[in-house]
Design a protein around this ligand. Structure first.
Ligand code: NAD
Length: 481
């Protein structure tokens, strides 16, 4: 069933069935490009969550006992279905999240690749045989940890859920996932690919609700063995503390405030073009988005001029309109935050070179913004902006720039531009980040791990490390006589 906007009717998915929540309560889903309500998301009652937990417990028994080759085939079939449906999934994503259609469709296609990577890795969840006393066989087995409770945000409506769902299922776990109430239909479409591929009922359950109620309920349940979260640092700390209270491990993929260091020997024009391209993807709502531009004073004029040119070339509009290269912010909270961060910086003496305000049109748009003369105490240099805003700050000495880059409690992504191998090595060794890109702003790839240090969280997603959180290591020694 779809609404007038071509947007599907949103349902929970519990124990293999699509259902309305038992509260009868719903929340509106708003198209951020038009501020029109396009649908309603049902909010789960505690009884719905209990059914989802029961289903996950039963689903785990079935799924972990399914031969790995069969599990892998089901996951590959789901990936094929998602690839076939990418255009439609992308359209739905743009309606509910706002990103340009090409980005949305690309995301849907890319996450089919995430699923394939995990599906193949399921076959490589090897254990070990360890040399032992004669007559004793000492082995290490890796087993699925059990039912997972996962919570994901709205910035990558397909990427966020798929990273958790595909790793959990590949490891042989079942999962109850609360996707964002603001972008629920993309998550539904992903679930549909799995059910159509033949995933057993209960292995994957999708819920929406009041986030704090849902997470408290699921984390406290003895059924759940792992808590996996992507989102802000404060919420991550809250959920990690709740998990700690009941001695459950957690995987925390939190925010960042990524520094870009443009060294004296870099090409300022090339660096500005690459950094600006990365800055405005998804309207800056990316946890690894470059967000503090520390540029050597000898290059700052050239870098800034090129960056402003790139910002002014961004075509802001409804993601469904051809030619749009940056959509609106996904929700009104982000717009208010960006207005507040800009006003604070300006009040402290910053200059707005371009943008700095919402364009005169409906929708939660914010113009691509470049600021200079931003003082050290501006909130923008401390709080993750999560939007299309770029403060450019000159430096004279590389150690000073590294000190500034590492000064924040975040440690997710960092970027460096330099033509010197020795400087590149210094940046690699000294930047406190889980993800470092040199001379480009690399995005995440399936084959390599992503994750943070410090307040940006712990655990890794992607790469061979991705299944670690979802598997437990068991030592088995067997005396034969
Ligand atoms: P928020 O902190 O209120 O929420 C972040 C996400 O966590 C949302 O999806 C929300 O539904 C969920 N959430 C909130 N409270 C929860 C709870 N008690 N239990 C489970 N889930 C809960 O912020 P927001 O306004 O949605 O986003 C703003 C900030 O969040 C951004 O500035 C950014 O720092 C961060 N964020 C980070 C990522 C990321 O990819 N790491 C993604 C989205 C948002």
């Amino acid at each position: 069933m779809t609404t007038d906007h071509g947007y599907p009717a949103v349902r929970l998915h519990i124990a293999g069935e699509w259902c309305q929540g038992g509260t009868g309560r719903t929340a509106p889903i708003v198209n951020p490009a038009t501020e029109e309500v396009i649908g309603e998301v049902p909010l789960a009652a505690p009884a719905d969550l209990d059914r989802a937990l029961e289903a996950a417990a039963a689903g785990f028994k079935v799924w972990r006992a399914t031969p790995v080759a069969e599990r892998t085939d089901i996951l590959h079939t789901a990936a094929d279905l998602l690839t076939e449906r990418a255009a439609e999934v992308g359209r739905i994503m743009t309606l509910e999240q706002g990103k340009p259609l090409a980005e949305a469709t690309g995301e849907a296609r890319r996450v089919a690749g995430t699923l394939r990577w995990h599906a193949d890795d399921a076959r490589r969840a090897y254990g070990r045989i360890i040399p032992a006393e004669p007559g004793t066989v000492l082995t290490v087995r890796r087993e699925p940890i059990g039912p997972v409770a996962a919570f994901v945000p709205w910035n990558f409506p397909a990427g966020g859920p798929m990273r958790k769902i595909s790793a959990a299922l590949a490891a042989g776990c079942s999962i109850v996932i609360k996707a964002s109430e603001e972008t629920p239909a993309t998550a539904m479409e992903l679930v549909r690919c799995f059910t159509d591929a033949g995933l057993p009922a209960g292995a994957l359950n999708l819920v929406f609700g009041e986030p704090a109620e849902v997470s408290a309920h699921l984390i406290a349940s003895p059924v759940v063995r792992l808590v996996a979260f992507t989102g802000s640092v404060p919420v991550g700390k809250l959920l990690a503390a709740q998990a700690g209270q009941v001695m459950k491990p957690s995987l925390m993929e939190l925010g960042g405030h990524a520094p870009v260091i443009v060294c004296a020997d870099a090409d300022p024009v090339r660096a500005a073009r690459k950094a600006a391209r990365a800055k405005f993807v998804n309207a800056g709502q990316v946890c690894t988005s470059p967000s503090r531009f520390l540029v050597h004073e000898s290059l700052v004029a050239e870098f800034t001029a090129e960056f402003v040119k790139a910002a002014e070339a961004v075509v802001v509009g409804d993601g469904l309109e051809p030619g749009t290269t940056m959509g609106p912010l996904a929700n009104e909270r982000r717009l208010k935050s960006l207005e507040r961060l800009t006003a604070d910086a300006v009040a402290r003496g910053a200059k707005v070179l371009t943008g700095g305000e919402r364009p005169d049109r409906p929708g939660w748009f914010f113009a691509p913004t470049v600021l200079t003369d931003v003082p050290e105490d501006a909130e923008l240099l401390h709080e993750e902006p999560f939007g299309p805003i770029a403060p450019i700050v000159p430096f004279s000495d590389l150690d000073e720039a590294l000190g500034a880059a590492n000064a924040l409690p975040y440690g997710l992504a960092a970027y460096g531009f330099t033509d010197s191998a020795a400087t590149a090595e210094k940046l690699s060794a000294e930047l406190e980040a889980g993800i470092l890109s040199l001379n480009h702003c690399g995005g995440s790839v399936h084959e390599a791990p992503s994750g943070g240090v410090k307040d940006s969280g712990y655990g890794r997603e992607g790469g061979p490390e991705a299944l670690d959180a979802y598997l437990v290591t068991k030592r088995v020694s067997h005396q034969l006589a």
